[in-house]
Design a protein around this ligand. Structure first.
Ligand code: UGA
Length: 432
């Protein structure tokens, strides 16, 4: 099939590359000339394991192209995916849909034969209706179907999530569009995943409902972790024991720092905003947002306690600063407020992250990026394991720190407290 991805951000690029690998002809469009030039030279703007290899393979086979020419790309394609950003509006919780609507206005001038227009960007319920309204003339002439097909990819695991999704959600009441999209997704849904056709509004809602539910699951276990710490219970056992109940499931029950990234924080807030517009209160989602923002302070307080409030000239090492492993993404990473706070308290902060140095810390006083784990840990007063990269899972801390007193705050519960105690390492975890 001939596909056009508008927007080469995370969703557009990963989906475009993966669709081309299934044998489709995919053209990825972006108005950012520099980005398109880089992509045409095989340079990928995001950090996603496995993406480069698949991109190069399909680019070489001419199934995958990159352009800034929207008109040509749309005219030569049958299915148009809108994958532009939907950031949070300034000073508000609502999703800013200006990029989505701008694309719709451009499509209005280009389309002259039948095309399926799909929103893959995360958009609030009723956005599809608004796009259809913009394209009203084309709809009347039966030249378009506007469909919602939300994306459930996780950063760092996106290729696997694309090829083996739990489900493919298609929001449309058009039989024609549904038939075409089912055959587009056939190579994927043949495996194990479920194809679910629902209303367009239903599909839009499923996306937000899923992200808000996962954020709720994480916040729930994070709050229970606080209680576990006070009662001498290991939250890892609680997650495992709970997860054995298939109605609950063990995934997304790992306690840790506040959740971050570009999706959960933004989407929970946008869902609350949509609910407000429809005069409905989502009190649970509101509590999740509050609980997650308080968590950043809660964990910083714990660092204060570990240091016995003696900050001056203390060397603190952060192992991992990204919001999760296998990405270089720093959006809403809880390491940012923590490092800010500790820097203000005159601590000396060193950090190492496998995805490299971070711009956000360059301006902050007393913060230094180290090129490897050893230089980051040497003679450190406290090591904070903030992100669970594989690189941090088998470390010999005594050897790395080379000090009498080794103190570890393992925010991802990677290590065994018993083993740490046996090695005479002062160890703190989350909820244990
Ligand atoms: C999330 C969803 O998982 C995807 O399904 C969705 O497609 C995506 O948002 C999106 O809307 O685009 P992502 O933000 O890439 O994906 O990352 P997650 O793996 O969901 O992690 C989000 C945050 O939750 C991270 O800070 C992570 O450390 C935290 N987390 C996750 C926990 O603290 N505990 C867990 O058990 C799981």
């Amino acid at each position: 099939m001939k596909l056009c991805m508008i927007g080469t951000g995370y969703v557009g690029l990963v989906s475009g590359v993966c669709f081309s690998d299934l044998g489709n002809n995919v053209v990825c469009v972006d108005k950012d000339k520099e980005k398109i030039n880089s992509l045409n030279n095989g340079i990928i703007p995001i950090y996603e394991p496995g993406l480069e290899e698949i991109l190069k393979r399909n680019f070489k086979a001419s199934r995958l192209t990159f352009t800034t020419d929207l008109k040509k790309a749309v005219s030569n394609s049958d299915i148009i995916f809108i994958c532009v950003g939907t950031p949070t509006k300034k000073k508000s919780n609502s999703a800013d849909l200006k990029y989505v609507f701008a694309v719709a206005h451009k499509l209005k001038k280009i389309i002259s034969k039948y095309k399926i227009i799909i929103t893959k960007s995360t958009v609030p319920v009723t956005t599809g209706d608004k796009i259809e309204k913009i394209l009203n003339n084309l709809k009347k002439k039966k030249l378009i179907d506007v469909v919602s097909n939300p994306e459930f990819l996780r950063e760092g695991e996106a290729i696997r999530d694309f090829v083996y999704p739990d489900r493919v959600i298609i929001g449309t009441d058009s039989k024609k569009a549904n038939r075409i999209l089912r055959s587009l997704y056939l190579p994927i849904i043949k495996k194990t995943s479920r194809y679910f056709n629902t209303s367009r509004r239903g599909a839009e809602m499923i996306k937000y409902a899923s992200n808000a539910f996962l954020a709720t699951k994480i916040s729930y276990i994070n709050e229970l972790a606080n209680l576990c710490e006070k009662t001498g219970v290991d939250v890892k056992d609680v997650s495992f024991g709970m997860g054995l109940d298939q109605r609950i499931g063990e995934r997304f029950l790992r306690a840790g720092p506040a959740y971050g990234g570009s999706c959960f924080p933004k989407d929970t807030r946008a869902l609350i905003d949509t609910a407000n517009q429809f005069k409905t209160s989502l009190s649970i989602v509101k509590s999740v947002v509050k609980s997650n923002s308080q968590r950043k302070f809660l964990l910083t307080n714990k660092v204060e306690k570990i240091l016995k409030r003696k900050f001056k000239n203390k060397t603190i090492t952060f192992l991992g600063v990204t919001f999760k492993p296998n990405t270089d993404d720093m959006r809403e990473a809880s390491s940012i407020p923590m490092i800010n706070f500790l820097s203000k308290k005159s601590c000396k902060i060193r950090y190492y992250d496998p995805s490299g140095e971070k711009k956000v810390f360059k301006k902050i006083k007393n913060v230094k990026f180290c090129k490897n784990i050893s230089s980051a840990c040497l003679k450190s007063d406290l090591i904070i394991i903030h992100t669970e990269w594989n690189d941090f899972k088998f470390l010999n801390f005594k050897h790395l720190v080379r000090k009498k007193n080794v103190v570890i705050y393992d925010m991802r519960n990677i290590y065994s407290p018993t083993k740490m105690r046996k090695m005479k390492i002062k160890y703190f975890g989350i909820g244990r």
